[in-house]
Design a protein around this ligand. Structure first.
Ligand code: AMP
Length: 214
């Protein structure tokens, strides 16, 4: 199963990609997570990516494409994957076409997470992440068992640097300018399906399963 999750920041793609990947036993490949991990390790790629992430801008296509292609070419992705946050530009989408052709793979579906602007702001404002295992929480909709502490790692939860209000606004603009056209391309190929991303995590998960298993 090869799926792409598309949608604005705060639509719940990461949370759902984790759940769907676990359910179908395929890797969840999130370029944003890869970049944050590389930045934490201090690699050249990570440090370069960090400059753009902090501003809410997209990391340049050449280094993003290389990282994504390397990752989907790994053995665990042979049986499929959930791509979350990639592709985000037309150039990335066309690069992915070629990369998939090279490994003899085909996309099954592109799932578009539909959500209203006000819900995005509320979701992002309450979003917290474990700095150790990267599990996502939400202060209201998905709180940890002990306030402010990860259920799995006993670490104090943090807010992502780029979840600050100004940076989220810029990320939304960038999304409208550069990522929306990607959805249009997949729609014209008949690959795009919408999921209503409003509601609880369980509700959205149920809708996704119904869509995927159809
Ligand atoms: P995310 O975790 O998907 O919200 O991504 C966080 C940030 O990482 C984005 O705002 C970008 O700066 C960067 N990023 C993640 N994926 C990509 C991508 N496919 N292309 C360019 N930049 C990306």
């Amino acid at each position: 199963m090869r799926l792409i999750f598309l949608g604005p920041p705060g639509a719940g793609k990461g949370t759902q990609a984790d759940r769907i990947a676990a359910h179908f036993n395929v890797p969840h490949i999130a370029t944003g997570d890869m970049m944050r991990q590389a930045a934490a390790r201090g690699t050249d790629f990570g440090l370069k990516a960090q400059e753009y992430m902090d501003r809410g801008e997209l990391v340049p296509d050449d280094i993003t494409n290389k990282a994504a292609k390397d990752r989907i070419s790994e053995p665990d992705a042979e049986k499929g994957f959930i791509l979350d946050g990639y592709p985000r530009t037309l150039e990335q989408a066309f690069f992915l076409d070629d990369a998939l052709e090279e490994i003899g793979a085909r996309l099954d579906r592109v799932i578009y997470f539909r959500i209203m602007g006000a819900a995005i702001v509320a979701r992002v404002a309450g979003r917290r992440v474990c700095p150790v295992c990267k599990t996502n929480y939400h202060e209201v909709t998905h709180p940890p068992k002990v306030e402010g502490i990860c259920d799995l790692e006993d670490a104090e939860l943090v807010q992502r640097e780029d979840d600050s209000p100004d940076t989220v606004l810029r990320r939304l603009e960038v999304y409208g300018e550069q990522t929306k056209p990607v959805a249009e391309v997949y729609s014209s190929r008949g690959l795009l399906v919408d999921v209503d991303a409003m509601g609880t995590s369980d509700e959205v998960f149920g809708r996704l399963l119904a869509l995927i298993e159809k």
